[in-house]
Design a protein around this ligand. Structure first.
Ligand code: ACM
Ligand code: ZN
Length: 745
């Protein structure tokens, strides 16, 4: 079989993929604005005499101007004066609403920098603020420093920018239940988000492991529900700091603190969307109030990560009275239109056993517990709608029938978002494979994470409009967000490490026009932007290169393959080995075309940063053919291509959503079929239980071709022209993947 496969590919003509390293767009803005043109005139220079001018009696402009002044003080030492003014004069930065273009919306703006002055024009407060954020990025990265910087010329290039966001929901979620982060730590996150024009902070404020918001009517929620015995999740207790005097782990926000965070966010044009989980993920609430469960408890907050049977009893009227009372206090604290009600991962077995729940189902003529969950949410939705708010929930709320006005947050892949948007519901996309920020950022060398693998390039390449969504339904995609679940995030430094720079990619994909997607250009701009993060003191993860197979440049010449590497960012050095050893700074440099020996060969590469000791490792298997194969944490990949069904490659860990097997050809080819045999006699379950086959005409942009699972995956490729294929796991599973044979024809 291998011979047939190789024979086919060997007959292909040579293909060359020139991939010039793009220079960073100048200036390197993140997110990329809609349009930018440079003027041929000298830079604008910030001076202590520079005046900020705002229209009279314009609170929004004054707030944006105040923000700009406050950002400039620490690094430049200059405290710029703000005055009322409507005319653009020499040495000024003018904020104006005059002649603002209504088609730019409330968040759009125009920014014009000339040698003598700066003009910021926007109709909305947010637009004025975002223009100021963009202006800040036009100065040298040192402008973000928190201490005075000497010998820096505070100059911004002369240019014209017209800008507005692609999506109204540009989000980030923080789970403060699994680990607790203080009010001040959350405010610091908000500043970082605002610098990237993120406008929605989804505060996952209650879950099994802790109830973190004081509710006046039910003080036990925080007296009991906010505390557990230990840090948990197998982490070192020393990595966490939020213990009470008795050594219990936890914490909560007073209502005063919540108000402070909400108004701090509002001043930065960020809406805080609270999530009050129901009916599942409710152990912390039920530990305090077991009377609202089916079983009566008791409930233990020290449970491991996962899905637990601590769920509310919808058979009991008192449950709804409780939830409505809680929500009434939530409405008081959070002005956001959307209130997130969770709805994910509800183990509904309890309801089947509960007499009250069975009676409810009989009375309401509900056929099954799925319908009972749907009834539960619809009932709470009526209450939320009556108060003028809207419900959003995880995509499980589609099961058993979606509440009429509810919006859906699509996390189990994109199918929930596609279904809901197609039916006319608003959706926010946060598919776990691409946008879960608790996933690993590299395949090795990273701090303990929950699993998964979502490197920055995959985050960046994610397109929020699901494939197959009709054009007239696309407006229902409100946007996308990165979700940071905190089981393995014991402290605020780790929050930053997991969030940045991946949230930069989300900011860009939700703000910038679809057709600006260009990974190489983004990574180049991120080299500059990383320095901004550095000066801000953000504990960001240093930039990782794209997957090795996207760094490789191919030259297929007859039976052999020549390779060279494209440095993933300015100043990066790629070193590689072909003998299985770990690459070091002394290994061969991957900058010239190097012929590969024939036969399967492992290419191991390491990307070194010139300015630090950080390095990133990646590997792939080159097959004569020629084809490059890579797979998440898999050993013995060559055995999946040896024509022997009795030998196999093994994933070496249970599969998590986002894991993949990727096959990249040296050039686009018409292909007829893909077949993958998995498992074996003893390990029959070692196959993908939920995956998609994705194909790419260009090796960069992938589209889903089929949902697949099982011991034999067979996909008809119908002669499509393909450069790369990927089998991507869409749901985490307990089992490994034993790949016996892969056949591509
Ligand atoms: C989720 O990740 N359970 C929404
Ligand atoms: Zn019940």
């Amino acid at each position: 079989m291998l011979a047939t496969f190789l024979g086919l590919l060997l007959a292909l003509p040579a293909t060359v993929h020139p991939a010039p390293v793009q220079q960073p767009a100048v200036p390197a803005l993140v997110p990329q604005p809609v349009s930018l043109s440079r003027y041929k005139e000298p830079d604008f220079e910030l001076k202590a005499s520079t005046r900020i001018l705002v229209p009279p009696k314009d609170a929004g402009a004054l707030q944006a101007a105040g923000a700009l002044v406050s950002w400039l003080v620490p690094s430049t030492g200059m405290v710029l004066g703000t005055e009322e003014g409507t005319e653009r004069v020499k040495g000024s930065i003018l904020f104006t609403r005059e002649k603002a273009d209504p088609s730019l919306g409330s968040e759009g703006y125009v920014l014009e920098v000339n040698t003598d002055s700066v003009l910021i024009r926007a109709g909305g407060d947010a637009g004025l603020y975002y223009a100021a954020q963009t202006l800040r990025q036009l100065f040298p990265p040192e402008i973000f420093a928190r201490t005075p910087q000497k010998d820096v010329e505070w100059k911004a290039p002369a240019l014209f920018i017209r800008d507005q966001p692609r999506f109204p929901w540009r989000g980030w979620m923080l789970d403060v239940s699994r680990h607790f982060f203080t009010k001040d730590e959350v405010k610091r996150c908000i500043d970082q988000l605002a610098a990237h024009k993120i406008n929605t902070f989804h505060w996952h404020i209650v879950d099994d492991h802790g109830w973190r918001i004081a509710i006046a009517k039910y003080p036990r929620l925080t007296e009991i529900g906010a505390w557990r015995s230990a840090t948990g999740f197998g982490l070192d207790p020393a990595d966490s700091t939020t213990y009470d005097k008795d050594g219990r782990y936890g914490g909560f926000y007073t209502q005063e603190e919540v108000r402070e965070v909400v108004s701090y966010a509002a001043a930065r044009h960020i809406t805080v969307v609270p999530e009050i989980e129901m009916p599942g993920h409710s152990i912390a609430a039920l530990a305090a109030h077991p009377e609202f469960s089916c079983t009566g408890g008791p409930f233990d907050r020290d449970v491991p990560a996962g899905v637990h049977a601590g769920i509310y009893c919808p058979g009991n009227e008192a449950t709804f009275e409780f939830l409505e009372n809680v929500l009434t206090e939530i409405f008081e604290l959070f002005p956001s239109t959307f209130i997130h009600l969770g709805g994910d991962e509800v183990p509904r077995e309890e309801w089947k056993k509960c007499a009250k729940c069975r009676a409810r189902m009989a009375n309401e003529q509900l056929a099954d517990v799925e319908q009972l969950q749907s009834w539960f949410l619809k009932r709470v939705e009526r209450f939320v709608n009556a108060k003028g708010r809207r419900v959003i929930g995880w995509d499980e709320i589609l099961e058993g029938g979606l509440a009429p006005n509810a919006a859906v947050m699509s996390w189990r892949g994109t199918s929930g978002g596609l279904a809901a948007a197609s039916a006319g519901h608003d959706v926010v996309m946060s598919p776990n494979a691409e946008l879960y920020l608790d996933h690993y950022q590299a395949r090795s060398g990273e701090p303990k994470a929950i699993g998964g693998y979502s490197p920055i390039d995959e985050v960046y390449l994610y397109e929020p409009i699901p494939e197959g969504l009709a054009a007239d339904k696309q407006r229902h995609v409100l946007g996308a967000q990165g979700n940071l679940w905190s089981e393995y995030i014991p402290n605020a430094r780790q929050v930053e490490y997991m969030t940045w720079p991946r949230e930069c990619a989300i900011a860009e994909r939700t703000w910038s026009p679809r057709d600006t997607r260009d990974l190489t250009n983004f990574l180049a701009r991120m080299e500059v932007h990383s320095r901004r993060l550095e000066w801000m003191g953000v504990n960001y993860r240093p930039m990782a290169p794209a997957a090795l197979d996207t760094l490789l440049q191919w030259t297929a010449a007859g039976t052999s393959l020549q390779l060279s590497f494209r440095p993933p960012f300015a100043g990066a050095q790629v070193r590689y080995t072909l003998d299985g050893s770990e690459p070091t700074m002394d290994s061969a440099r991957g900058d010239g075309p190097t012929p590969l020996p024939s036969g399967p060969v492992w290419i191991k590469a390491r990307v070194f940063r010139s300015n630090s000791r950080e390095s990133f490792r990646t590997e792939a298997l080159a097959l004569p053919g020629p084809m490059l194969v890579s797979a998440s944490h898999t050993r013995g990949l060559e055995r999946a291509f040896d024509g022997d069904e009795n030998t196999s490659a093994v994933s070496n860990a249970s599969l998590v959503a986002g894991d993949y097997l990727r096959l990249q050809l040296a050039g686009a080819r018409a292909l007829s079929s893909l077949e993958i045999l998995s498992g074996d006699a003893e390990q029959a379950a070692d196959f993908p239980q939920a995956a998609v086959v994705e194909i790419s005409p260009d090796g960069v942009n992938f589209q889903t071709l089929a949902e697949v699972s099982g011991e034999r995956i067979a996909v008809d490729l119908s002669g499509r022209t393909i450069t790369a294929l990927r089998v991507r796991i869409t749901r985490s599973q307990d089992r490994w993947w034993r790949i016996r044979e892969v056949r591509l024809k």
